[in-house]
Design a protein around this ligand. Structure first.
Ligand code: SIN
Length: 285
């Protein structure tokens, strides 16, 4: 793929690319944005460095990717309802996002993209890891693909049933600066989606698992749990990964339809603060 308006530096053999050239504080010209978007579809997660942007500029750039999704469980930034401030203080022990997952998998229309902008970072630690779920799907054996072909995952927003992940209320209580809220009345926070979903833009198959998966439709939980555990472990094999070292002013944009991510919880006693915006997605098929 040839890029004329941006410089693209791929990160690993699996996924990820750093993009050089754009200034995201200014309106991004159409031709430049088209190339950024193409690079994003090709590399699944893209990174920018040294960006100096205000919350309003981040919101303007986010809207180029689609309409903004409001998180049902996390209280937004007090002045910018579109933004969640992911923050960890010196006294916090919980790290938001510190398990492999894809954003809002529990929603009927899970997030398409997530944009994370670094405001404060620890001197060491606090990286984010990403895993390519096209590669994970491709690496499964034909036999397991055949057995699980039409299976649907049950994804829950508060993980009450899955033995290997704590419920949301237990994950935050007392140890996190992140403020949890009750989801709006009537909003669906449990959904069934294809385990092997098809990416709506590339049309390629993806393994769709993560920490929100509590069961498999029409399976007994005792049958489902070992399959879920196997798939979750398989989905983060080292050859599917890249890892991003944050600096103040870095921005990452990942495609939740084909990428899982993991916030590495290795910086207790230090501060980290990020501005996150998610973009609405389609019903997975
Ligand atoms: C998340 O969106 O899951 C958090 C990622 C991070 O803070 O690195």
């Amino acid at each position: 793929m040839i890029f004329k308006h941006i410089d693209v530096k791929p990160m690993t053999g699996a996924l990820g690319a750093e993009i050089f050239g754009p200034n995201l504080a200014k309106p991004v010209p159409k031709a430049e944005f088209q190339e950024i978007y193409k690079a994003w579809l090709k590399y699944n997660v893209i990174f920018f460095r040294d960006q100096k942007i205000t919350p309003n500029q981040q919101i303007v750039f986010a809207k180029k990717w689609g309409s903004i999704h409001i998180h049902p469980f996390i209280k937004p930034h007090p002045r910018y309802p579109e933004i969640i401030e992911i923050k960890k203080r010196e006294t916090d022990t919980h790290t938001f996002g510190s398990s492999w997952h894809t954003d809002q998998m529990f929603a009927p229309r899970p997030a398409k993209a997530t944009m994370l902008y670094a405001k404060e970072v620890p001197d060491t630690g606090g990286d984010t890891m990403f895993s390519n779920q096209y590669l994970a799907y491709r690496a499964l054996s034909p036999s397991i693909k055949k057995v699980l072909k039409d299976v649907k995952i049950e994804a829950s927003g508060d993980n009450q049933r899955n033995r290997s992940v704590k419920a949301r209320k237990d994950r935050y209580s007392g140890k996190s600066s992140m403020k949890v809220k009750a989801p709006p009345k009537g909003l669906k926070t449990t959904s069934f989606h294809p385990l092997f979903r098809t990416h709506p833009e590339t049309r390629k198959k993806v393994l769709y698992v993560g920490n929100h998966v509590v069961g498999l439709q029409d399976f007994d939980d005792r049958e489902a749990q070992p399959i879920i555990d196997f798939l979750r472990e398989f989905s983060a094999r080292p050859e599917f990964l890249c890892r991003f070292r944050w600096e103040v002013g870095s921005m990452a944009i990942w495609d939740n339809r084909c990428v899982q991510h993991y916030a590495v919880p290795d910086y207790n006693g230090k501060r980290r603060r990020m501005h996150r915006i998610t973009i609405k997605g389609d019903v997975p098929i």
